[in-house]
Design a protein around this ligand. Structure first.
Ligand code: PLP
Length: 467
């Protein structure tokens, strides 16, 4: 056997961080070490990851929302093996593949918006949005795109032009012309921009991933109305919110919206094979692919690859069969209300927001004198530090994986898989309770950790300036 993956992994396991630092992203390897995320995970199942010593870690990050159905789902594993054994023909290119047709049919039915019956398959979320940008410009003949402050639509150049966070944009030169950000919940500003009648599309995430900002209930319905009135396409980026994450199949359903274009990715993959999709109204497709000689005017070599399509089909079947959308909604409601109860004993928590299993816990300056001083000190050292002071002990003391959401936002975000149950949500609530109790101890390990982290960050910045 010229290649044996099991023995390769066995032989080299443990070299993860060294290889990453040597060949992939040394800065990221440094961050992992600094915040205590330099674990070596060797297996995974459902909501759990396991390290080399066999310790279990509860995953409330889900690979940034990829593992909605949990890790290594038995149906996904069996489907992968069965499918490979079928020796099917894939990526012939000059053919109409069965499986992409079936997945497109399934997605169109699931969305159920009249006239929305065309699907373009991609290999990632950002590509799904690139497709939406091109379609919107071609279909409307207009140059401009609007997006929201704090928006995140991916990091390739077009999607980056719609990114509402300077930290991601800075340093990459001039991006797509005509892209303009507007404030979430500010309908007047949106209307003023739309009235110029040169806006091809308004992009939005039903709940924003960076910071977990939920729009006011009247914002998106009225934004949709304004877009319709002014001839601007209403584009829902459901890459994170889609397929049940917020307790509905699609986030826009919370407000009964009817987007013109919808983008999907992440959870559709079942966690194994990257896949993205852009669904659009038939008339939009007809404008872009207007003649036979334009039939591949937008395309991607790997877009409809069989394995990705199979994973999409299997994932949708699992979500349906296990009632995971309803489950995410119910568990999410319970988790949000449990976390809100913690607010009465911890004034560090400013707000708990979100829908379904997409939850943001925002921290804020406490009232008591000592805690206020600590808050000020930590923010003086580094604006983005407080969230890490929560995420780090959740990991090191409770083996719970979470993330800080966005830059400098004091928000910890939860994206657990939908296969968790009440024991997992209870475990998270009591772990957060314990971590926040420790926050009250000025000489406690948490604050020492914070000071060390701030020093590491300061030294790193000094070194970068010196380079
Ligand atoms: C809302 C949203 N859109 C787009 C993307 C980009 O997806 P990808 O990383 O697959 O390119 C992400 C990724 O986090 C996202 O959350």
């Amino acid at each position: 056997m010229p290649f044996d993956i099991s023995s390769l992994i066995q032989q080299r396991s443990g070299e993860n961080l060294r290889l990453h630092a040597a060949y992939i992203n040394p800065q990221f390897a440094k961050v992992l070490k600094t915040i205590g995320f330099d674990k070596i995970f060797t297996s995974a199942e459902g909501p759990y990851l396991y390290d080399q010593e066999g310790n279990d870690y509860l995953d409330f990050l889900s690979g940034y929302g990829v593992f909605s159905i949990g890790r290594n789902h038995p149906v996904i594993k069996k489907t992968l093996k069965d499918f490979v054994d079928l020796d099917t023909a894939s990526l012939i290119q000059m053919e109409a593949p069965l499986l992409s047709g079936l997945l497109a049919e399934k997605l169109v039915k699931r969305v159920g918006i009249e006239g929305m019956d065309k699907v373009f398959f991609t290999n990632s979320g950002t590509e799904a949005n690139e497709c939406a940008i091109k379609y919107a410009r071609a279909a409307t003949g207009r140059p401009r795109i609007l997006f929201l402050e704090h928006a995140f639509h991916g990091l390739s150049t077009g999607s980056l032009s719609l990114n509402g966070n300077a930290e991601f944009r800075d340093g990459f030169g001039e991006l797509l012309p005509g892209c303009h950000s507007v404030k979430l919940n500010d309908l007047q500003e949106l209307e003023a921009q739309l009235k110029k009648k040169d806006v091809a599309a308004f992009f939005f995430e039903p709940i924003q991933g960076k910071g977990v900002y939920v729009p006011h209930d009247d914002y998106l319905p009225q934004a949709q109305e304004l877009c319709r009135k002014e001839g601007t396409l209403f584009v829902a980026d459901e890459i994170q919110t889609g397929l049940g994450r917020t307790g509905k199949w699609f986030g826009y359903e919370h407000w009964n919206l009817k987007p013109d274009i919808i983008t999907l990715a992440k959870a559709l993959s079942g966690g194994f094979v990257p896949v993205g999709a852009t669904l659009c109204q038939r008339w939009i497709y007809e404008k872009v692919f207007s003649r036979m000689d334009r039939c591949v005017v937008h395309s991607s070599t790997f877009g409809q690859n069989n394995l990705a399509m199979v994973m999409g089909l299997a994932t949708l079947a699992i979500i349906e069969e296990e009632n995971l959308v309803e489950k995410a909604g119910k568990l999410g409601e319970e988790l949000i209300s449990g976390l809100r109860k913690l607010m009465s004993s911890h004034e560090w928590i400013k707000e708990v927001r979100g829908k379904g299993l997409m939850i943001g816990i925002e921290f804020g300056k406490p009232q008591s004198f000592m805690d206020k001083m600590k808050w000020n000190l930590i923010h003086k050292m580094d604006k983005g530090l407080f969230g890490e002071l929560i995420v780090m002990p959740l990991m090191s003391q409770h083996r719970l994986i979470t993330q800080v959401s966005g830059h400098h936002q004091d928000v910890v975000k939860l994206l657990p898989p939908f296969v968790i149950d009440q024991t997992h949500t209870a475990k998270f609530i009591s772990a957060l309770d314990a971590v926040l109790q420790e926050c009250g101890q000025i000489s406690g390990p948490l604050w020492k950790m914070g000071i060390n982290l701030a020093k590491a960050s300061r030294d790193d910045k000094k070194q970068a300036v010196g380079q």
